[in-house]
Design a protein around this ligand. Structure first.
Ligand SMILES: [Zn+2]
Length: 422
């Protein structure tokens, strides 16, 4: 039994619900795992001192602190709290309820209630920050959820939110009969004036990032085809950038990716049909890829693919190829699984698949911590085990740089200096 669980066992038997330790600005923890992954590299025999809500010291000789609680984690690895790069806290797996039915038939009360549960599961899985890329029909409720978490009303990760996201008219769903004006899963806007207004509206309502769909399944045969023109995408980037915000683009087609790249977006989500030329361009322009491998894997299985038994569907084979091409080109890889398509709390599935598809485990750990923090411009707060940053910390049994599955062997989750456990 890990020491921390012993420490709080008495409390745990009294309170059956979700628990978290009290911390104050003077509380000091000295955490002693076998090794520390600081967001970049692994260091044997390092210790980490947490004072209040900040990391105070990291290294081999922490010195003396008054009233410090020293906790030894034998056989364990300490890492920065993980950063999920692509979540949808307002969605749940499509094999439970289709996306259409979630958007059209679930009440906002149900969707928000579910999101609060998803937020808790995410945090307990060691993901102390999420970039939530669209509520899919739940308006600006992600901004409200973020507020509630920050105020301590419910436990959950730090959130960067995209609010409604932006799609081209006619491209997005749900689509019912032409006689029914169904609510859409994102905000429709076209042309310079409407796009400028929509971006500014979303910023005003709390968007930390702006998300656009550079392509979608509206081709003649329902295949993905580009939506916005390059000039429209450029305008979105220009308006968002003047407020200090980055733009992320959903893009799976080569042409959609090319337009997003030329427009100056910061990350491309999915990128299934990226070519070596496209990835070379992304590398040149320092644009990151958020591959969402786990979402494609989940959707293929929902459609009947029996992983491990049947041959891989074409889209999975293509995904393996494009991901390897991106790695080969040296594109910065963001860790983000499109979680919500699959179960919240199972975020590690993306990290495991990144290794399965050819990425080194240590690089996956970097993606999920310092790399994501750098791309999302939050590296002055989280993403590394550095003095002065917020004490967002994960401790797991084993060494996930050797076996990525160890990232699931959670011994402790700390966010902002507070320990959370079940
Ligand atoms: Zn998504």
């Amino acid at each position: 039994m890990p020491v921390i669980k012993k420490l709080f066992f008495a409390m745990a038997v009294c309170l059956p619900a979700f628990l978290f330790s009290q911390s104050n600005k003077d509380s000091v923890y000295i955490l002693q795992p076998d090794r520390v992954f600081d967001g970049v590299a692994m260091h044997e025999n390092w210790q980490v001192v947490v004072k209040g809500n900040k990391i105070e010291y990291v290294g081999m000789e922490p010195g003396k602190f008054q009233n410090a609680r020293i906790i030894r984690f034998k056989g364990c690895t300490l890492l920065p709290g993980l950063i999920e790069g692509h979540s949808h806290l307002f969605l749940h797996p499509y094999n439970e309820t289709s996306w259409n039915d979630q958007v059209l038939k679930e009440s906002r009360a149900e969707r928000v209630t579910r999101a609060t549960v998803h937020a808790q599961k995410t945090l307990l899985a060691g993901f102390t920050t999420v970039r939530d890329l669209g509520t899919e029909g739940a308006g600006y409720d992600d901004a409200g959820l973020k507020d509630a978490i920050e105020k301590g009303v419910i436990p959950g990760p730090r959130m960067l939110v995209a609010t409604r996201a932006i799609v081209a008219t006619g491209s997005y769903g749900p689509k019912l009969s032409n006689d029914i004006d169904a609510p859409k899963g994102a905000a429709e806007a076209d042309g310079m004036d409407a796009l400028v207004k929509e971006v500014r509206t979303q910023i005003g309502k709390g968007a930390d990032v702006i998300k656009v769909y550079a392509d979608y399944r509206w081709g003649l045969n329902k295949q993905s085809m580009p939506t916005f023109t390059t000039d429209e995408l450029k305008k979105v980037v220009e308006v968002a950038a003047s407020s200090g915000r980055i733009v992320v683009a959903h893009a799976t087609t080569t042409e959609g990716m090319r337009r997003a790249i030329m427009a100056g977006i910061t990350t491309i989500e999915h990128g299934d049909n990226g070519t070596p030329e496209i990835f070379k361009l992304m590398k040149e322009k320092n644009i990151a890829l958020c591959p969402t491998l786990a979402a494609g894997d989940a959707v293929a299985q929902y459609a009947g693919w029996r992983k491990g038994f049947d041959t891989e569907p074409l889209q999975i084979q293509q995904k393996r190829i494009s991901f390897r091409d991106a790695l080969k080109a040296g594109v910065t890889i963001c860790m983000g699984g499109d979680v919500g398509v699959f179960a919240h709390g199972d975020n590690a599935r993306e990290m495991e698949m990144m290794v399965e598809y050819g990425m080194k485990a240590i690089n996956v750990l970097q993606s999920a911590t310092s790399v994501n923090a750098d791309i999302f411009k939050i590296n002055d707060k989280v993403g590394r085990i550095n003095p002065g940053l917020f004490a967002d910390i994960l401790i797991v049994n084993g060494d996930p740089s050797k076996n990525i599955h160890d990232i699931r062997n959670i011994q402790l989750v700390m966010k902002n200096g507070i320990i959370y456990f079940q």
